[in-house]
Design a protein around this ligand. Structure first.
Ligand code: FES
Ligand code: FES
Length: 208
């Protein structure tokens, strides 16, 4: 037996549409208010960046990457994917390399942050910067600040004996072999494909 067909009058249809619009509008207004109040929250954050204490007042949703680039004008650190996939935003925090796009600035209150600007200057390059120049470890240069920050911290990981996925003998001496360097740097993507020269530059520094 088929369902009875209910008559739908023009008045009833318009009435229910108006009610739906009213509900949606109220919901959107509420969501808008939540977003607006979230946007108006600011928090003080103190970071030590390249040896200097910096006090910022930030929306708590600000990433460390945006705090560095947009609030401190340290634009050496690059935004590639903004999703933790390319490594262009790598900085060193308390001696460890991190993807600054994946970390909120407020999580780093009191931390020591080193960016590419803090590693060396044009007059006094860091040995890794020198080696990248020497070995042509870049083409467009977009990934280079991240590659250099990452490699500086990576060699310290090896010196501390932190194993990687390809480390065979956990009890033996850990060395910066080509395989170790390539594995440990695999989170830093270079769209220009300067990998061979990057690895050569890092190996040069590792050899001291
Ligand atoms: S911008 Fe952070 S990993 Fe790509
Ligand atoms: S040098 Fe261009 S992306 Fe690496």
């Amino acid at each position: 037996m088929s369902d009875p067909i209910l008559p739908v009058t023009r008045r009833a249809l318009l009435g229910s549409s108006a009610a739906s619009v009213a509900i949606l509008t109220a919901g959107e207004a509420k969501a808008g208010n939540v977003a607006a109040s979230a946007a108006s929250i600011r928090m003080p954050v103190s970071l030590t960046v390249n040896g200097t204490e910096r006090l910022l007042t930030l929306d708590p949703r600000t990433t460390l990457l945006d705090a560095l680039r947009e609030h401190l004008q340290l634009t050496g650190t690059k935004k590639g994917c903004d999703h933790g996939q390319c490594g262009a935003c790598t900085v060193i925090v308390n001696g460890e390399r991190i993807n600054s796009c994946l970390s909120l600035a407020v999580q780093h209150a009191g931390d020591e942050v080193t960016t590419i600007e803090g590693l060396g200057t044009p007059d006094k390059l860091h040995p890794m910067q020198d080696a990248f120049v020497e070995h042509d470890g870049y083409q467009c240069g977009y990934c280079t600040p991240g590659q250099i920050c990452s490699s500086v911290a990576m060699l310290k990981e090896i010196a501390r004996g932190v194993p990687s996925h390809v480390t065979g003998d956990l009890d033996g001496e850990m060395r910066a072999t080509d395989v170790e360097i390539r594995e440990r740097m695999s989170g830093n993507i270079c769209r220009c494909g300067a990998y061979s020269n990057i690895a050569a530059a890092i190996a040069d520094v590792a050899r001291g």
